[in-house]
Design a protein around this ligand. Structure first.
Ligand code: ADP
Length: 277
């Protein structure tokens, strides 16, 4: 009789357990969706007035009659622009969470040499007057166009390069795009952004991938930022089928790297399209 009882009770219990797990999972999913939507809304509400602040500060700079006011007007513009780009990162993160990446961007053929040129250009503009060399190590064996989300790849690399520049006072920032192997699926390519900056203690190598985590926090912080860049970049890399990793030691610089398999587009049409860009 006790066996018969077990036969009834166990499946009932199992079914109720499955129901409870499912309910908890749905609640958690709803919760993260609601949080992301709130984040998106708040970020948007904050960005709109900032645009006005920057515009007014620009006017103030033009109309200013003394050097002190010019400097303050420029400082307002700089601070407001920084704040705006940090809010934009928040917005990007919430978009990733809400929409699961920008799936509206269809994969397209592009040349990795072009990607390299674009990223190096944007690194140069971030470097500004800092005494930093910008180096490109591009594998010339990569000759054919590949198919993927070019713009997202550029954002990932520019994001990593932005950190490389921020945390490096002197030396070089290097972008590497290397062919690892050619297979039936396409090129396996290694992307790496290296710097000769302050480096990261191994104790933090995992933590920096968490949203909002920064090695330096609190009022003594020397560097700006939101702590979101790497978590966003890492999520984007993951969606492309790769894994963002870090190799770094304090005082010896950092390398952020990942590998992607990118299908090769060998069609004549793609080659012609590329020749025209
Ligand atoms: P943010 O740069 O906005 O602080 P990230 O998510 O991009 O946020 O980076 C998180 C933290 O990881 C940074 O605050 C910094 O402590 C560390 N970090 C990231 N990139 C580098 C780098 N190239 N060199 C040294 N530290 C870095």
């Amino acid at each position: 009789a006790s066996h018969a009882l077990l036969l009834v009770v166990v499946p009932l219990y199992a079914a109720s357990l499955v129901r409870r797990i499912n309910a908890a999972r749905e609640a958690a999913e709803f919760d993260s969706r609601a949080k992301s939507q709130l984040l998106a809304k708040v970020s948007h509400e904050l960005r709109t007035p900032l645009t006005g602040i920057v515009a007014d500060a620009q006017l103030l700079e033009v109309e200013a009659v003394d050097a002190g006011t010019v400097n303050r007007a420029r400082s307002i513009q700089r601070l407001a622009t920084t704040l705006d780009s940090e809010i934009k990162q928040l917005l990007d993160l919430s978009k990733i969470a809400v929409h699961g990446g920008d799936s509206r961007l269809a994969p397209e053929p592009f040349s990795l040499a072009f990607t390299a040129t674009q990223v190096v250009g944007s690194i140069r503009s971030i470097v500004g007057a800092k005494p930093l060399a910008v180096e490109l190590d591009f594998d010339e064996r990569i000759k054919l166009p590949v198919v993927g989300r070019h713009q997202e790849l550029v954002s990932i690399l520019t994001n990593l390069a932005g950190n490389a520049v921020k945390f490096t006072e002197q030396g070089a920032v290097t972008l590497q795009i290397a062919l690892v192997e050619t297979s039936e699926e396409g090129y396996r390519v290694r992307f790496a952004v290296s710097d000769t900056g302050i480096g990261i203690d191994p104790a933090y190598h995992e933590k920096i991938f968490q949203p909002f985590f920064q090695v330096e926090s609190g009022p003594a912080r020397r560097y700006g930022g939101t702590g979101l860049g790497i978590s966003i970049a890492s999520e984007l890399v993951r969606r492309m089928g790769g894994r963002l990793q870090v190799d770094s030691k304090p005082g010896q610089g950092s390398t952020f790297f990942f590998e992607l398999v990118l299908p090769v587009d060998a069609s004549p049409a793609a080659e012609t399209a590329l020749a025209e860009t």
